[in-house]
Ligand binder design. Structure first.
Ligand SMILES: O=c1[nH]c(=O)c2[nH]c(=O)[nH]c2[nH]1
Length: 307
């Protein structure tokens, strides 16, 4: 049966690398999950098993850890750029690299008075608690000429306890939903945004600052929008970012509508005046859309689940 090899890539996935920077007794932590995927002249290994062009996945793992030492981890994006450039420029058969990174944030443990018997002032400088909030993501692609950097976040859970309505929708014979004039609006934000930076000649964005500001605009737009639908809120979040962050050309959101249903307390003789809700976990509405700078190409895949 005639067959041919299609798209292929390989590398070590989910390298969990933690880098501590010791600035005297004040320590800094970066905690990443780094996945390497390489592609290029890999026909032979698939067709005949010749490994002549294959840099072992084990080596790609070692490179991640060595680079954490040699280059440090300034930001997830910068670390991904170092790795992608290295694989593509140092190995002739490797034509493209894709580095995916998840970053887990830690914050310092603070004590109320610094005189605690258990946590003294000195110890705070090296004690951290994992931030229970979002996971930051970055994906860097490099083909030896052009860069594509798509950053993002997932599991950023937000809730508005008012300023949300939903009414005026289509009603058919299966519609039972009651119109809502004051509802809870809650979601776990997943977002990916693509940078206009594609070229070593262009000034590189400040990745850490860009992340912090993008997250801030996203949260502020969520909080400040008087919402008539989650779709409208999504668009406000995206357009706020595109308008304020010139380095970003495209942003895609996947927003589950975390429904909060008012509980009927009448059977118990109690009036429920928008106070007690059942927080359902499934099914959930899923609202997804891309917001683009006018003229920009949509490049973030519609299905972002594995991104
Ligand atoms: O914000 C919303 N958008 C919808 O499309 C929708 N559909 C639904 O049942 N509830 C909601 N809420």
């Amino acid at each position: 049966m005639p067959t041919i090899l299609g798209q292929n890539q390989y590398g070590k996935a989910e390298n969990r690398v933690v880098r501590i920077v010791r600035d005297g007794d004040t320590h800094h932590i970066k905690d990443l999950n780094v996945s390497v995927a390489l592609s290029g002249d890999m026909d032979d290994v698939h067709y005949s098993g010749s490994n002549a062009n294959v840099l072992p996945t084990d080596t790609t793992k070692n490179t991640v850890f060595a680079f954490a030492k040699e280059h440090g981890i300034e930001s997830a994006e910068q670390f991904g750029i170092h790795l992608a450039r290295h694989f593509v420029t140092s190995q002739e058969p490797i034509k493209a690299a894709r580095i995916r990174i998840e970053e887990y944030a830690w914050e310092r443990i603070a004590t109320s008075d610094g005189n605690s018997k258990f946590i003294g002032a000195d110890e705070i400088k090296h004690s951290f608690v994992r931030k229970g909030q979002e996971t930051r993501t970055a994906q860097v692609r490099y083909d030896g000429e052009k860069w594509e950097v798509v950053s993002g976040l997932k599991d950023l859970t937000v809730l508005n306890s008012t300023h949300s309505e939903f009414w005026g929708y289509v009603k058919d014979e299966y519609t039972t939903l009651k119109e809502a004039y004051d509802r809870i609006l809650a979601t776990d934000v997943s977002a990916r945004w693509r940078y206009g930076w594609t070229d070593d000649e262009q000034p590189m964005p400040h990745w850490e600052k860009s992340y912090a500001q993008t997250r801030r605009h996203m949260l502020e737009a969520f909080a400040e929008t008087y919402s008539l639908s989650l779709q409208q809120t999504l668009y406000q979040m995206g357009s706020r970012i595109i308008e304020n962050r010139s380095e970003i050309d495209e942003i895609r959101f996947s927003l589950p509508n975390n429904h909060h249903f008012l509980v009927d307390l009448e059977p118990f003789g109690l009036k429920n005046d928008n106070e007690v809700y059942f927080a359902a976990d499934r099914p959930y509405g899923l609202i997804e859309a891309t917001v683009l700078r006018d003229g920009a190409d949509p490049r973030i895949p519609v299905d972002m689940t594995n991104l």
